[in-house]
Ligand binder design. Structure first.
Ligand code: AMP
Ligand code: MG
Length: 331
């Protein structure tokens, strides 16, 4: 069986590292963090570096989580319209989120929180009513968020949820930490946000993309990739079914309903995982044409898997259909 570095939520196999510097060997660890499975693998002299990487992850979870009372995001959400001093990194993340909000014409909107809470797709069994949805829509607008040098003010009852972008930022920061500490080869998988450091001993990694709605670990396609990030947003990741309809976790800020189009998942390939993460969510909302256009603004590549299984890739990618599975490569 082919070994794949997988974008799946709960599954990660590494291509074997081989023929490396003498004292170095592969070290890998998995922890549940940020409500997801985090696996970090490096080629290094000792596994100590992984401890620091997971501590970093925990540090960012404490800053950005909407459900941790003391986080910067909770303090902003509970601020009653008063300015809140936040960590410079929270400001940076919010600035990037605002930029993607603008460039996506509001498709990516990190003030979608009241509707995320209303739909509560992890627990709900019934959809909310139209009235409940239309009551909350006026609170959704990233323009209600004002950023200053070291503080954030939110108005009009708006609340922030960085679930669509924070993991990407954390993946970037873990990569930075590992490379600063001498790691030249490794992989970071934050529940489907895959970041690659270097290549796989002269070859490319095979990143497996989950087949939508199939058993976890079943692959729709593979991507040959090195030293880049691949981030997937899929409507199969979190959802409930009611009366034969699927209600998933990515909400269209214009309607307040889970996005309804013919896309099952979007994978973004880029240098920066914060960008790829924001774009993957935005592209799922925008659809193929507008999504591709948005990704182009950032020099990123897109892979759309449609509900009927069709694969649509951007101009910088090619698809080899000759193997067991479609294999996507950078041109
Ligand atoms: P991702 O898996 O990166 O696409 O992020 C999905 C998460 O982002 C959801 O679970 C929500 O927390 C949040 N979210 C949902 N809809 C949107 C949206 N339109 N814009 C920004 N964030 C969203
Ligand atoms: Mg995202």
């Amino acid at each position: 069986m082919k070994k794949l570095l997988s974008c799946f939520l709960s599954f990660c196999l590494l291509m074997p590292f081989s023929a490396c510097k003498q004292k170095e060997s592969e070290h890998s660890a998995t922890q549940i963090m940020m409500d997801t499975v985090v696996t970090i693998s490096v080629y290094a002299e000792s596994s100590d570096i992984l401890t620091g990487a997971f501590e970093l992850c925990k540090h960012y979870e404490q800053l950005f989580s909407r459900t941790i009372d003391t986080s910067d995001i909770s303090r902003i959400n509970n601020s009653n319209e008063k300015a809140v001093n936040v960590d410079p990194e929270t400001l940076h993340l919010l600035k990037t989120a605002l930029e993607i909000n603008e460039k996506s014409n509001g498709a990516f909107d990190f003030t979608i929180t009241p509707l995320v809470e209303l739909w509560n797709v992890n627990k709900a069994t019934d959809p909310p009513t139209d009235d409940q949805i239309s009551t909350l829509l006026p609170f959704v607008n990233s323009r209600f968020v004002e950023l200053k040098d070291n503080s954030v003010t939110v108005t009009n009852g708006c609340k922030i949820d960085l679930g669509g972008i924070a993991k990407g930022y954390i993946a970037d920061k873990i990569k930075e930490y590992l490379t600063k500490n001498g790691v030249t080869r490794g992989t970071i998988n934050l529940g489907g946000n895959v970041m690659l450091i270097g290549d796989n001993n002269g070859a490319q990694y095979n990143v497996g993309i989950q087949k939508p709605f199939a058993k976890a670990g079943e692959t729709a396609l593979t991507i040959k990739l090195s030293n880049k990030t691949a981030v997937t947003s899929g409507i199969y990741e979190r959802y409930f079914e009611h009366d034969g309809n699927i209600y998933h976790h990515i909400i269209d800020p214009k309607t307040g309903y889970p996005v309804e189009n013919n896309i099952a998942s979007v994978t973004i390939i880029a240098e920066s995982s914060i960008i790829a993460d924001g774009l993957s969510t935005a592209c799922l909302v925008l659809g193929v044409d507008e999504g591709k256009h948005l990704a182009e603004l950032y020099g990123a590549q897109t892979i759309f898997i449609m509900k009927d299984g069709t694969i649509i890739v951007s101009d910088g990618l090619s698809v080899d259909q000759n193997g067991e599975l479609p294999c996507v490569k950078m041109k």
